[in-house]
Ligand binder design. Structure first.
Ligand code: DQA
Length: 142
């Protein structure tokens, strides 16, 4: 499952100088193409609400093999999302379009990173494709 957090529904028009011109719908198409060639079944979702993201993570426990998560700004604030990931014990790859470590100091802290397999940031939409490959590789070899 690829799960996207707050404000990512606005990609394409949201601060294009930071996040680029690619829309979330474009990213979904790219990911579905990549998933198809990898032989992976994909659920793709977005929510602006922390509790909804947590519910999706809980539901994934029984229906998904892993999660690619761009939690948006909740990355930097949400102990609750960190706890949800730790609770379901699914492999999670953290993705960010921008390089959060090269931005404001408050974006350097990630509550997701300690409970994630790894983090991919700074490669724009390509980061989701890299994450799909990484997660597929991890799941196949474990
Ligand atoms: C983001 C980075 C976050 O700091 C920001 O709040 C976002 C998007 C990214 O994909 O670069 O909403 O997760």
């Amino acid at each position: 499952m690829i799960l996207n957090g707050p404000n990512l529904n606005l990609l394409g028009t949201r601060q294009p100088e930071v996040y680029g011109a690619t829309t979330l719908a474009d990213i979904e198409v790219m990911c579905r193409d990549a998933a198809k060639s990898l032989g992976v079944t994909l659920e793709f979702a977005q929510s602006n609400h922390e509790g909804m993201l947590i519910d999706q993570i809980h539901a994934a426990k029984s229906s998904q093999d892993g999660i690619i998560l761009n939690a948006g700004a909740y990355t930097h604030t949400s102990v609750a999302i960190m706890d949800a990931i730790a609770s379901v014990e699914l492999p999670v790859v953290e993705v960010h379009l921008s390089n959060i470590h090269a931005r404001e100091t408050f974006r350097h802290k990630s509550y997701i990173a300690p409970v994630a397999l790894g983090q991919i940031c700074g490669f724009g939409a390509t980061g989701y494709i890299l994450a799909l490959h990484a997660l597929k590789e991890h799941i196949s070899s474990s």
